[in-house]
Write a protein that binds this ligand. Structure first.
Ligand code: NAD
Length: 247
């Protein structure tokens, strides 16, 4: 078990959904957590509910000045940075043909460039601190294709690849980098999604944010020999296809 007392963590998109659950799990492990998001009121409320070892800071992950301020604040309040969770993400519906160029760019900007920027600016600090973990929240859309969400799929595959590149570069400095690949999870992002999306999975239900958070907690505190690794939490959706009905 990694001791995280006296250290800081940043969870992007931490105001709600999976990010808020991750922040809650990390606080329990003893690390001071900066909940970073563009949703100020929700983020403040989430941080307050987590107690004195959490605070909220406004962060648009595409803005490098804001990133620098959040990194400085995390270390000033809670100690040397130990954990970065790149969780902020947006979903846009649009096919290769129908998605507008502006929206494709925006999705890639937040989901991929934003995570890269966080790693780019956090990595030197983690390297200087001699250890640390970066967890990038990708998706099953980073393991397989889906129709109708072209920019999202591209961004999540990109994040999976970026995770491996960073793991190779940062491993010798004692810094681990892993990706997490959730299937459908009950959050504000999936409000209105039909339950049938999960019906064909071996575990035919949506997951809960706490289940993803528990995996992230494991990666941070227990998975000390894992880096560049993909952690899948999808009810078996990517395990394959059932042919039972055809036989
Ligand atoms: P959500 O919409 O509830 O939360 C996403 C958070 O990211 C929000 O608080 C939002 O304000 C924040 N955010 C958006 N743009 C931002 C920006 N530019 N800068 C900072 N914060 C920003 O969604 P969620 O389901 O909790 O998603 C969390 C992550 O999990 C996302 O990366 C998403 O792609 C991924 N994911 C979700 C599911 C699912 O089914 N819910 C499945 C696979 C992967």
């Amino acid at each position: 078990m990694t001791d995280l007392h006296g250290r800081s963590a940043i969870v992007t998109g931490g105001a709600r959904g999976i990010g808020a659950a991750i922040a809650r799990t990390l606080v329990k492990s003893g690390v001071g957590v900066v909940v970073a998001d563009i949703l100020d009121d929700t983020g403040e409320a989430t941080a307050e509910s987590l107690g004195p070892t959490a605070l909220f800071r406004h962060l648009d992950v595409t803005d490098d000045d804001q990133w620098r301020r959040v990194l400085d604040d995390a270390e000033a309040n809670f100690g040397p940075l130990a954990v970065l969770v790149n969780n902020a993400g947006i979903l846009d519906f649009g096919s290769v043909e129908s998605e507008s160029p502006a929206m494709f760019r925006h999705v890639v900007d937040v989901n991929l460039f934003g995570a890269w920027l966080g790693m780019h600016l956090a990595a030197p600090r983690l390297r200087a601190n001699g250890d640390g973990v970066i967890v990038n929240i990708s998706s099953t859309a980073g393991l397989m294709g889906y129709s109708g969400i072209a920019g999202y799929v591209a961004s999540k595959w990109g994040l999976r690849g970026l995770t491996k590149a960073a793991a190779i570069e940062l491993g010798p400095a004692g810094v681990r980098v892993c990706s997490v690949h959730p299937g459908p999870i009950h959050t504000p992002m999936t409000v209105g999604f039909d339950a049938s999306i999960a019906a064909g999975q071996p575990l035919p239900r949506f997951g809960e944010p706490e289940e993803v958070a528990s995996m992230v907690g494991f990666i941070v505190t227990e998975a000390t020999f894992s880096t560049g690794s993909e952690f899948i939490i999808d009810g078996g959706a990517t395990a394959g296809m059932s042919l039972t009905d055809l036989s």
